[in-house]
Design a protein. Structure first.
Length: 131
């Protein structure tokens, strides 16, 4: 007795391809819409807890502010760091480059802080980042 059934019929192949297309689209659509809605990251620079300036991380440059005499902040490739400081221990310079939401550079002697805000480039489940 001969079995006339085929392993996959044309209808089965079409259904499998449609399911694969829907799954692929479901994975790609959130990624594409997230890129379009991305908010540019900013570095919020504060002196004695008060806002001095908001600096976009999208434009490279070196920044100095009257309130923070002796300190220079450098933005390169979407990251910011303290490139010059007149404080004694230079902890702010050794902190390195920051770019992720919530990261901060604190200079206690100069009463200065740099805090990253608005970056969508991090995991929403993070509470704190330690170095």
């Amino acid at each position: 007795m001969q079995d006339d059934r085929e392993l996959f019929k044309l209808k089965d192949i079409i259904i499998i391809l449609l399911i694969a297309a829907v799954v692929t689209a479901g994975l790609l659509v959130p990624e594409l819409t997230a890129k379009e809605a991305k908010i540019p990251a900013e570095a919020v620079i504060k002196f004695e807890g008060l806002l001095v300036e908001r600096v976009s991380l999208e434009k490279d440059g070196v920044y100095e502010f009257y309130e923070l005499y002796g300190m220079k902040f450098t933005v390169e490739n979407g990251e910011i760091y303290v490139s010059e400081s007149n404080c004694g221990d230079m902890t702010c310079m050794r902190t390195g480059k920051i770019s992720r939401n919530g990261e901060a550079i604190i200079c206690v002697p100069n009463k200065a802080a740099v805090i990253i805000e608005n970056s969508t480039d991090y995991d929403d489940n993070l509470d704190v980042i330690l170095r």
